[in-house]
Ligand binder design. Structure first.
Ligand code: ADP
Ligand code: MG
Length: 380
């Protein structure tokens, strides 16, 4: 891990962080004793009200990196919102709320509310009447509540932008800056992201003061055990090859990544024609459909999830049997995220790359070189 550009190896236990007994109990119920690197970097800074900008790969424990110090700062007797977390999608907001509630399991009095579009606003107004101290929200819906004056942010001390890059990518930059401007007593701002984009830096320059920069690289740390393969095939033969990998390797839970929405739709159809249960997710699908697909996949009702990078980001889906890159991603960083979905929880994972052009071959070589990955060729 790097803090402000300096490499540090921090093996920090939660018990060394001066956390309250209730929080320690919640962590030990979950079986967690050692903080993940991004947590080891961010929690102490956040507790001191410093601004933090943290870049760490998916699955590195970013939620608790801001959740633990936010809960520690929360007054169980308080009646005002003091902690605000913004997230790009409803699923992510709900996931964060869920994790925060787990942290608060033994801290009676701390209330967490979640505000997102698509749910009747009245229900959320009732939640807000219960005076939560922590609010997790998507920017659009929070703005609605601000306009209706059903939420008051004048006592907010900590603001977190989770999946900051994606949120700003999705066109929330105006909403986010508007919200930040409405918080007069903010003490610190945390931005957590798997990648740091230009827009994230813009927000940082304007709204953060001497932020502590934490970078967790996917390569040295958290590197899961993943066997990576490359297979050469004619473009027209990719789907058949895909099916034969599924069958030969007896894969039951697989994510197939494509670079375009069009491809996800097309491949899904072609897989179904071959009697493989498959569904796709991409940015154009409504929240409801996306949620249904993800639930089916989590429950094991779907063998194949076909996804674009954007749609798959930030979702708590991991531990799949294998990741198959139907298209080689344009960005090396996407590749690292994609394969990080497999090889978790001590299981061996596998990533298959289907190559049908010289360009894809070159791109994969480049990814292998930059990340020091070994990608073994399979010849059939
Ligand atoms: P990110 O936001 O970086 O993608 P999450 O916060 O969703 O990652 O965490 C990924 C998983 O790791 C979650 O299931 C979470 O409960 C788990 N986790 C968090 N902290 C620890 C820890 N200290 N040890 C083991 N697992 C952890
Ligand atoms: Mg996250």
């Amino acid at each position: 891990m790097e803090i402000n550009g300096t490499t540090v190896e921090l093996d920090l236990r939660y018990s060394e962080m001066n956390l309250s007994p209730g929080l320690m109990r919640a962590l030990s119920e979950k079986g967690f004793t050692l903080a993940t690197p991004v947590q080891a970097g961010a929690i102490p800074c956040f507790k001191d009200w410093k601004d933090v900008i943290a870049k760490a790969p998916t699955g590195s424990g970013k939620t608790f990196a801001f959740g633990i110090p936010m809960v520690e700062h929360t007054d169980p007797q308080g009646l005002d919102v003091t902690g605000l977390i913004l997230a790009p999608t409803r699923e992510l907001a709900m996931q964060i709320q869920d994790e925060l509630r787990q942290l608060c399991a033994f801290l009676p009095g701390i209330r967490v509310a979640c505000l997102y579009g698509g749910q009747p606003i009245e229900r959320q107004i009732n939640l807000l009447k219960k005076r939560p101290q922590i609010v997790v929200a998507t920017p659009g819906r929070l703005m609605d509540h601000m306009k209706r004056r059903t939420v008051r942010l004048h006592k907010v001390e900590t603001v977190v932008l989770d999946e900051a890059d994606r949120m700003l990518d999705m066109g929330f930059i105006k909403d986010v800056t508007h919200i930040l401007k409405q918080i007069p007593n903010r003490r610190n701002l945390g931005m957590f992201s798997a990648t740091i984009s230009r827009e994230v830096m813009d927000i940082s320059w304007v709204y953060q003061r001497d932020p502590v920069e934490i970078v967790v690289r996917p390569i040295q740390e958290n590197r899961p055990k993943i066997s990576q393969y490359r297979l050469k095939v004619d473009l027209g033969g990719k789907v058949d090859l895909l099916v034969s990998i599924l069958e030969k390797e007896k894969l039951d839970r697989v994510i197939v990544f494509c670079n375009t929405k069009n491809n996800t739709d097309r491949i899904t159809g072609l897989l179904r024609m071959r009697h493989i249960s498959a569904q796709c997710i991409h940015g154009d699908l409504g929240q409801k459909v996306r949620e249904q697909v993800l639930t089916a996949f989590r429950k094991g009702e779907l063998r194949v999830l076909v996804a674009t990078d954007v749609a798959a980001r930030g979702l708590d889906i991991d531990d799949v049997d294998a990741v198959i890159n139907y298209d080689i991603p344009e960005e090396g960083e996407y590749y690292v995220h994609r394969i990080g979905r497999t090889g978790r929880a001590k299981h061996q994972g596998a990533a298959y790359n289907l190559i049908s052009s010289v360009t894809e071959d070159i791109r994969l070589d480049e990814i292998a070189r930059n990340n020091k990955f070994e990608i073994k060729p399979i010849t059939r």
